[in-house]
Design a protein around this ligand. Structure first.
Ligand SMILES: Nc1nc2c(ncn2[C@@H]2O[C@H](COP(=O)(O)OP(=O)(O)OP(=O)(O)O)[C@@H](O)[C@H]2O)c(=O)[nH]1
Ligand SMILES: [Mg+2]
Length: 302
């Protein structure tokens, strides 16, 4: 390279590609996506099976653009929703340039991970084996790293919650990505519109407020999303449940529960859009929403 070219920065390598974040429900995949991005894009709850669709977070650095793909947790179950979710995991594994196999250090490795690792290696996809939740006392134990995983590109330990080890993970990812130009404008952070992210934030609030079972029967459909006047976004969303009894629980006595969900969700959406939000929520019974592929698609879950 001539001095002239060097001073213009020509010939400098730029890397870009898709990084799929894969693992069991509750491993911390969405937390890791947010930590890598430095922004809350994906919803996170203490309940497993929070993420229902693939979500792309776009991280643009000086010399690289990482297309970070958050995925639903791999799991079994015959419902149309579960099948659609597993398809998404398979697709993400097939389409990525690098895979992060995220393992909760507390619950550990298992045959499901071993199988996914085998599939990825067969496709010659570089795999980073990443143990998460290293901040928990006693998290790293004798069973980590698991035996027989030498083929992984690298084995790391992180805490997606505290950020410990995440810088090193990022540096490793950048090094492995193929040489390629940026694929998205540098100010774009996701492939999903704000309308979808708002629906997700309502679902996050509902999952947090509601107890064990109902979150899995619940979907959120944003039926109106508009900027009413500069500085005010108006959103109307339906909370879909599968049975009338669930509708009663979601509304609560005198509307107390739905009100609590609305307040939490509005606060989170306001942080995201950086302006005032008027949020109106309605609870509707739609018995078969989770079993109809077309409906899953219109809700953005497949
Ligand atoms: N202590 C600790 N908790 C974590 C860490 N990472 C994630 N969590 C928690 O683990 C729970 C699940 O995190 P998520 O990011 O929603 O996990 P996920 O893998 O996206 O889960 P699904 O979307 O259900 O597949 C949440 O309560 C997180 O706060 C971590 O590094 N340390
Ligand atoms: Mg998730």
């Amino acid at each position: 390279m001539s001095d002239d070219a060097a001073s213009k920065g020509e010939g400098k390598v730029h890397r870009a590609g898709v990084v799929a974040i894969l693992g069991r429900p509750n491993a911390g995949k969405s937390t890791l996506l947010n930590e890598l991005l430095g922004e809350k894009l994906a919803i996170v709850t203490a309940k497993p099976q929070t993420t229902r669709s693939r979500l792309l977070g776009i991280l643009t650095l000086d010399d690289a653009q990482l297309l970070l793909l958050d995925t639903p947790g791999m799991h079994s179950g015959g419902k149309a929703l579960n099948l659609a979710l597993n398809d998404l995991v398979d697709q993400a594994a097939a389409d990525c340039d690098v895979a992060v196999l995220l393992v909760d250090l507390k619950t550990g490795w298992g045959d499901d991970y071993a199988e996914l690792l085998k599939t990825l290696l067969k496709r010659r996809t570089p795999v980073l084996l990443v143990g998460n939740k290293a901040d928990l006392p006693g998290a790293v134990n004798a069973a980590w790293p698991p035996a027989g995983v030498d083929a992984a590109h690298e084995i790391l330990q992180i805490s997606a919650r505290t950020g410990e080890g995440v810088g090193r993970l990022l540096a490793t990812l950048v090094k492995i990505l193929p040489e390629a130009p940026a694929l998205y404008p540098e100010d774009q952070i996701s492939d999903r519109p704000m309308r979808f992210l708002a629906a997700e934030l309502v679902r996050e609030a509902a999952m947090e407020v509601l107890s064990q079972e109902i979150p899995y029967s619940l979907a959120v459909d944003v039926v109106e999303y508009k900027e009413d006047r500069p500085g005010l976004t108006r959103i109307r969303a339906d909370l879909l449940v599968e049975r009338a009894t669930q509708k009663q629980i979601v509304i609560g006595t005198g509307g107390a529960v739905i009100k609590k969900i609305g307040i939490r969700a509005r606060r989170e959406i306001e942080k995201r859009v950086e302006q005032k939000v008027h949020l109106e929520l309605w609870v509707k019974v739609e018995p078969k929403w989770s079993k109809r592929p077309k409906r899953l698609k219109s809700l953005g879950y497949s």
